[in-house]
Design a protein. Structure first.
Length: 352
């Protein structure tokens, strides 16, 4: 069986690493990795392939940045050429990026079966580009691997039960696997000269980074926190703040880091402040309270007992959440048993 795995952004590299590890253990499967080039610089792409032991992509489209229409259109053209050449049994798509959408569209036009990993997520906010990508990808895929019961229910409500599989979350598999590596060799992944106690923050969503006033409000709020804030800066955010926002002494900006270094930053933090969907889960899996600077989340499972607090960009809500006590309850086990990748690969083989 031949599989073309289409990836292009940081969260997809992590998910693909987990699944590829299982695929490579099965001699009956030939996986071909196609990198769209959506994330293309050293810190946002190459480092993940190296540290996660992902095989080098057979194809790299090098699409780079651009508008949603430009990115998606260029990706579709490049992906179509690869699929026509390789004629795979399955195309695998991950998550909710433009690479996800392009992979689904190119494949379905060629009548190549599509399996969507992390299907069924819904924020119910159609202003989010990711929400459009999720809905379209799910509608035209042939197999939907849902990470949680909530995702299964969303797909059932859309009439897609027959092609839905509750697989568990490959990101949970990933955190469990790499957490053990970090615990065995913590010094390899620990950044130097960090304060002993800090909050970890990330800002990258378009609704936060593309509006200077929103960014100013967020940085002003971070400046009012009475603890150090470590902020790995996304390239989009770095471009927007240049020359327009004052960085106060309690905020330490660092370059984007690899996945294992980010997990270590989460593990050593007091709390996490983010607009990232993936980091919300990683914080949850690592027993860290998360403050989500969005008005909604696809990961409803993380909200119980204030493990994840939705604040939007409201300064009062953010500062209140910073001082909210750490939950005493345990996280609920709604993301599977750490074997999502095995379930997915076995289902692909059975269906094939």
């Amino acid at each position: 069986m031949k599989i073309v795995s289409i990836i292009g952004a940081r969260p997809q590299f992590i998910k693909a690493a987990t699944l590829s590890r299982v695929i490579r253990s099965d001699s009956r499967i030939n996986e071909i990795i196609l990198h769209t080039g959506q994330h293309y610089d050293q810190n946002m792409s190459d480092i993940f392939f190296h540290e996660l032991d992902i095989p080098e992509p057979v194809y790299n489209l090098g699409v780079g940045s651009g508008s949603h229409a430009f990115q998606t259109g260029e990706m579709i053209k490049g992906i179509e050429g690869v699929l026509l050449k390789e004629k795979p049994s399955w195309t695998l798509i991950y998550g909710d990026t433009n690479s996800t959408l392009a992979g689904a569209l190119a494949s379905v036009k060629l009548h190549i079966p599509v399996a969507h990993i992390e299907a069924g997520l819904r924020s119910f906010n159609l202003m989010m580009p990711e929400e459009i990508n999720r809905i379209v990808a799910d509608r035209i895929s042939n197999l939907l691997f849902a990470p949680t019961p909530t995702a299964v229910n969303n797909l059932r409500g859309e009439g897609l039960s027959e092609i839905t599989v509750l697989s568990g979350d490959v990101m949970y598999d990933s955190v469990l696997y790499y957490k053990e590596k970090i615990i065995k060799s913590p010094d390899l992944y620990m950044l130097k000269k960090l304060p002993e106690k800090y909050l970890l923050a990330t800002i990258h969503r378009a609704e936060n980074t593309d509006n200077v006033e929103n960014l100013k409000m967020l940085f002003n709020t971070l400046s009012r926190i009475d603890l150090p804030v470590i902020l790995p800066l996304h390239p989009r955010t770095k471009k927007m703040i240049s020359g327009s926002i004052t960085i106060t002494r309690n905020i330490t900006i660092i370059e984007p880091v690899g996945y294992l270094e980010m997990l270590k930053l989460v593990m050593d933090s007091i709390k996490v402040i983010t607009d990232s969907g993936g980091l919300q889960k990683e914080a949850y899996f690592l027993n860290k309270q998360c403050i989500t600077i969005r008005s909604e989340t696809e990961w409803l499972e993380t909200l119980h007992d204030s493990w994840n607090i939705l604040t939007g960009i409201d300064p009062v809500k953010i500062l209140s959440a910073v001082h909210t006590p750490i939950p005493l309850s345990k996280q609920k086990n709604e993301f599977g048993n750490g074997a999502a990748a095995e379930i997915i690969v076995n289902k692909l083989m059975d269906t094939f």
